[in-house]
Design a protein around this ligand. Sequence first.
Ligand SMILES: [Zn+2]
Ligand SMILES: [Zn+2]
Length: 347
Amino acid sequence: MEIAAFAAHGPGQPLERFAYRPEPLGPQDVEVQIEFCGICHSDVHLIDNDWGISQYPLVPGHEIVGVVSARGEAVAHLEVGQRVGIGWLRGACLHCEWCLRGEENVCPERQATCVGHYGGFARAIRVHSRFAFPLPDGLEPAAAAPLLCAGITVYSPLRQAWQGHPLRVGVVGLGGLGHLAVKFARAFGSEVTVFSSRQEKQAEAERLGAHHFLSSTDPAQIQKAAGRLDLIIATVHVPLAWEAFVNCLRPKGTLCLLSGLAGTLNIAAGQLMEGHRTVKGSTVGNCWQTREMLQFAAWNGIQPEIEIFPAGRINEAIQRVRENAVHFRAVVDFRQAFNESRAADPR
Ligand SMILES: [Zn+2]
Ligand SMILES: [Zn+2]
């Protein structure tokens, strides 16, 4: 049985229908029938081979929501018919020091869902069951999809900064990641300052719950937050004056960068020593954080704000993500996309 999918056949190419024969279902694996998949900027970078690692045909997609359709003989914690989410990771070694600490996201042998494997723009996918997370009641399946990458990417640094007392959080950039960072930070009881280069985003920031709004490119505006923030989550894909943002940190504060396109930092050692400040990078969270994030989102009513595209408009959706024109996250509906192949399945 083949799995029908949408693939790019070369850098920057539009996606076309494609089918592949999956690996046999391992004892710890699950097969998931895909209902929805979000489009992340990383998918566009992979389609365009911006990182020089893409292999074609390339099936993108790592913000997956679907229903378990088969499980390996050793899988006891997921039922056929159960709705799950799958994010950037599809597997890890599960025995190295990092995996044993629950830090699968830094395992040297971690496997990305759509790098060297066929991703979620497809009828189905097979992954290790540890990386398929039950979707809690209360999360709407389409809107939940972006939680699996955008959501966990901003939740993870917030969760690590959280020490049981309210945080003063800065969010740089108000796009797919930024709008979720505001929502999660508010749910953690934080005072939230949004930094954006676009003044017209102020009303949106306030609607989402931000207390303050400052320009991310005007030094005088950034200076207004000097010494005021415990955590700054930088979601933008452009270089900014990061040394000015470090000066916004309170003692023990952290600047967390979430995009490799944030550029090269020029920060004096003394800036970090003063107040014991930290600058760090982060990608996605680990398994326990992802599971916790989904439950936290469900209990706190946190849903990504999405535009839904039918699978037939997948290339239009990708182009809108490429142009930063989506409000705030694009999700593709695959439920009707493969009706013929679904009917032909001998299940
Ligand atoms: Zn992503
Ligand atoms: Zn490992």
